[in-house]
Write a protein that binds this ligand. Sequence first.
Ligand SMILES: *Cc1c(COP(=O)(O)O)cnc(C)c1O
Length: 427
Amino acid sequence: MEKSERLFQRAQAVIPSGVNSPVRAFKAVNGTPPYIAGAQGCYIYDVDGNEYVDFVCSWGPMILGHAHPQVIQAVQEAAARGTSFGANCEIEVKMAEFIVNAVPSIEKVRMVSSGTEATMSAIRLARAYTDRPKVIKFEGCYHGHADSFLSKAGSGAMTFGIPGTPGVTPATAGDTLNAQYNDLDSVQQLIDENKDQIAAIIVEPVAGNMGVVLPRENFLQGLRDMASEHGIVLIFDEVITGFRLGLGGAQELFGVRPDLTTLGKIIGGGLPVGAFGGKQEIMDMLAPQGPVYQAGTLSGNPLALTAGYETLSILSERAFYAELNARAEKFFNEFEENFKEAGLACTANRIGSMACFFFTDGPVTDYRSAARSDTALFASYFDGMMKNGVYLAPSQFEAAFVSAAHSESALARTLEAQRKVLERLRS
Ligand SMILES: *Cc1c(COP(=O)(O)O)cnc(C)c1O
């Protein structure tokens, strides 16, 4: 790790904490982050020549694996035609048509450059549509780093125990209310206490930023019913689950339709893309037709949308998800079995090709039960896996992703490394 260490040192002199996104600093696992020289398929390579089987997959986007030839070729061809026009291009229309066709509740969609922009814009729209100020979110859910969402947020904020953040005004913080995931009563209570004040309920339909937490039966439908009854805009943040759990995302899988949906990660195919969409009546409030301002110099960028569109085209090939999910299920089964055999307290929350293995007896159904995990034990386990060529997210509270590029041999190698690490942890 010599070269990585040197780069990290140089970085710390000129980049805050040496990183452009907090989780990359490896603080929760007391390690030195590797500097990545390249990636191919399910493998990533660091500047010191180490090879890892990658289960971070860039935090979700790389569902086809890294550097998929078809995606790369399309991006190269698009780049040769120019990287940004600041004007309309055909790929924007094709992308919007694809999303509207694939995602059940989306009638119109606008492209942005990150998931954060998508959720931020969706909330503004919900506030304008309802003419109400407040938003209900759930403890442990992460919706990007816009001011409105940085209250008991998941992902890095949970990893580093940052419940709120300086720089967010009391007024903004006061407009964000936290309910408990999987607890409809906690939502009802907030609605009752803030009569005619709630513009939106925003939720990850499968939570993926406090580890993985599945919605209880009727949780999502219950939110739908409450939102409808009280004139609240229901927003599904499908930045992770969109095109991960299937072409129609979690809303198709669970059969619940939100009013607005936010997308990101996979739809950019590894380039910076986000999107928000939903009911035409709400979306048409956007400028210039409507009064709600929202814009972006690089929104609908031809290079980024080409990577995304090419990725989505491959995902829509027959049996893509059936095959990916079957492979992931078999692998996660064996992975879970290894924990059991090692006699470690471990709760496996999984769905399709995403999973989290919590170092706790469980069950893990919300932020508080997730937070009971033994994060020190996780750090040792993480370190062992890394040294044995397996790259996991450097935090207990993140998902592991299997991509279509994870070969049988890579998965077998991972299971072998895991058995070795668990054996050492036990002794
Ligand atoms: C990653 C993520 C975001 C933020 O997306 P960025 O592109 O990082 O801004 C929002 N919501 C969810 C559910 C996410 O997982």
